[in-house]
Design a protein around this ligand. Structure first.
Ligand code: DC
Length: 224
């Protein structure tokens, strides 16, 4: 049996990580992990518990005693809060504003890393985030950094009905002290500004199989 592996996909907001991860996972019959959703779930929990998200100590204390569980639902590994996945709640403007604070707390990042590493207990995963290749699974051979021009990313956000200063968010994510956003060593950087999702996935699969061949591993074959 093959040892479970991780395909790490990092990149800034609106770089197409989510849609690309889901398509690639579907093509290869793998699970997906949206690590941004994990941070957002904690941010939502802080708001619900009336914890000031700008107070690092209080956020860390809440995270420390947080009762959660990892489960697989619809091909995705999810973090549940009291058995519930707050799918809609974590996408509100309030949760989006809160998550940037929560995601820079050292204790939270270490806690999330441990949880994210536990995800492979369920099988091989396509894991998307900001620091998967650099920090969470640095040992994986399959690392990608997706990017697109600021104009294209802004347009994508607007199409989703979200007005967001992508430049400000990139700056925050890239300049934080713990696990800042940056392409990790060995990651293939793909600018998908002018690609459709399938093109990006085909390119990624080609790269994965080239790396597998170099390690004398059998190629991955699309199942869908
Ligand atoms: O991808 P997203 O917009 O759902 O991510 C939400 C926030 O969490 C964003 O501010 C970046 C942060 N994040 C992170 O710091 N590390 C990750 N691995 C994933 C997300």
């Amino acid at each position: 049996m093959t040892k479970p592996f991780v395909i790490a996909i990092d990149g800034p907001s609106a770089s197409g990580k989510g849609v690309t991860s889901r398509r690639l996972a579907q093509m290869l019959g793998l699970l997906t992990v949206d690590t941004g959703a994990m941070y957002r779930t904690l941010a939502w929990h802080c708001l619900r518990m009336k914890v000031d998200v700008t107070d690092d100590k209080k956020v860390a204390a809440l995270c420390r005693k947080w009762k959660t569980s990892l489960v697989v639902q619809d091909g995705q590994v999810r973090l549940l809060v009291d058995g519930y996945f707050p799918e809609k709640e974590i996408r509100t403007a309030e949760a989006s504003a809160a998550v940037a604070h929560v995601a820079q707390v050292r204790f939270v990042r270490d806690w999330m890393k441990a949880k994210q590493r536990e995800c492979i207990q369920f099988g091989s995963c396509v894991m998307e985030g900001r620091d998967i290749g650099s920090n969470v699974f640095p040992e994986t051979d399959y690392k990608f950094f997706l990017d697109a021009s600021p104009e294209v990313r802004k347009r994508r956000r607007e199409r989703d009905g979200v007005q967001e200063d992508v430049h400000a968010r990139d700056k925050r994510d890239s300049q934080r002290a713990h696990s800042p956003l940056m392409p990790s060593l060995g990651a293939l950087v793909i600018d998908n500004s002018h690609q459709v999702v399938q093109e990006t996935c085909d390119l990624m699969l080609e790269e994965i199989n080239a790396r597998r061949k170099a390690n004398r591993l059998v190629p991955l074959k699309p199942v869908a």
